[in-house]
Design a protein around this ligand. Structure first.
Ligand SMILES: C[S@@+](CC[C@H](N)C(=O)[O-])C[C@H]1O[C@@H](n2cnc3c(N)ncnc32)[C@H](O)[C@@H]1O
Length: 376
């Protein structure tokens, strides 16, 4: 049956509507919300999975709103998949996902705080990666290799929107047309740059994408570490260019080992010359990494980790090497890998003392978790 009607029973972790085909198969649909009934059509296969698209919404969610951006929608820029739902409801959906994750993985949390919503749900983004073929500039439509041209992007902050406007005014530009494997080049830019410094196909150091929420992340670190003795040795892994290191250093810790892989962030980190901070260039995924960190910081009592989506891929050796650890601050941009890693901590005698989710990216299903782990 290529056409069918179904009600979205839940949202998947990627934020898609989960629906059941009458023959029992389960599908993930974009652009629908939980509780909505819609007519769907099987449209093809992607990576060996059958794919459906929405033909008609039969009973719309009361939380639907008209998306403020002209580029929102199926086969368009794809960047804000939840923009058709009110921000309040998006926040509720994120809360539900966290509760589900905790119960599914059997992770008790002593203090579960509410998600810190973003004060701005438009005009918040301080960085972006655009694609250009020298004729237009935009994003690649999800599931394709096609450049979708944009005129503006409402989630960018005012300075980034201005940068985009200037870049668009340079088009067409023959030197931006593609010569490589893709039909486009990429432009990474952030609001720390002058528009004259923006370069083609040049990676920028990682930055938390929402400056206002980043301030709250730093305040959270200051709060959870305020009573810890400032002479306690600290290890911060995946420290990037030292964004969170600044928070630890600012509250007076005098012995911080900040670890980051070789790359664009580490030069910026070195240039900051933060008091009390030693820098270690290391790949956190190699075997023996925790032994190497403990040799440099043998009495570490506090560990802060803020890994990429893959989480702590190398956990072997952590608990044997850092025997003096009393507190772990685990910040995560991927709840599934956070849960996997926390279960390992639980198996080694640790518990989640507190969990504070924070929303960095309104209109997307993305969730950032800030957690404190303690020895039981
Ligand atoms: C989520 S970012 C956090 C950065 C920093 N805490 C901040 O707030 O800007 C993750 C960082 O881990 C670094 N990273 C990625 N893979 C790594 C690896 N295998 N070893 C060490 N660092 C890595 C990235 O370069 C990036 O700077």
């Amino acid at each position: 049956m290529n056409f069918f009607e179904a009600t979205v029973r839940v949202l998947s972790h990627k934020g898609h509507g989960v629906v059941d085909h009458p023959d029992g198969r389960m599908f993930f649909a974009k652009g629908v919300w939980v509780g909505e009934t819609a007519r769907f059509r099987l449209t093809g296969t992607e990576k060996n999975y059958d794919v459906i698209s929405v033909l008609e919404i039969i009973s719309p969610s009361p939380h639907r709103v008209s998306a403020p951006c002209a580029h929102h929608g199926s086969k368009k820029c794809g960047g804000c998949p939840w923009m058709f739902i009110s921000y309040e409801e998006q926040v509720q959906a994120k809360e539900k996902r966290i509760d589900f994750l905790l119960s599914k993985n059997n992770i008790p949390v002593e203090k579960r705080f509410s998600l810190i919503a973003s004060d701005k749900n438009l005009g918040y983004r301080n960085r972006a990666q655009f694609k250009t073929d020298g004729v237009s500039i935009g994003f690649v439509t999800e599931g394709t290799n096609d450049l979708y041209a944009i005129e503006d992007c409402l989630v960018l902050n005012p300075q980034m929107r201005e940068h985009l406007k200037v870049l668009r005014s340079h088009l067409p530009r023959a030197d931006w047309s593609s010569t490589g494997t893709h039909p486009w080049n990429y432009i990474e830019m952030d609001d720390h740059q002058a528009v004259s410094d923006i370069q083609l196909n040049r990676r920028r150091p990682f930055r938390q994408g929402n400056s206002e929420q980043n301030i709250k992340m730093k305040m959270w670190i200051e709060e959870v570490l305020k009573d810890a003795p400032k002479e306690h040795p600290v290890i911060e892994a995946f420290c990037g260019s030292g964004n969170l290191t600044e928070a630890i250093s600012n509250i007076g810790f005098t012995n911080i080992l900040a670890a980051e892989v070789r790359g664009v962030a580490i030069d910026e980190l070195r240039s900051k010359k933060m008091p009390g901070v030693q820098i270690m260039e290391i790949d956190m995924n190699i075997k023996g990494v925790w032994q190497q960190l403990s040799r440099r910081q043998p009495q570490a009592k506090i560990l802060l980790v803020d890994p990429p989506r893959e989480g702590l891929e190398m956990r072997a050796g952590l608990f044997n090497s850092l025997k003096q650890l009393e507190k772990v601050l685990y910040i995560s941009c991927e709840p599934n890998t956070w849960a996997r890693d926390v279960k390992d901590f639980q198996a080694n005698g640790w518990k989640v003392e507190s969990l504070t989710p924070i929303d960095l990216f309104p209109h997307t299903p993305h969730i950032e978790l800030m957690s404190v782990l303690k020895l039981r």
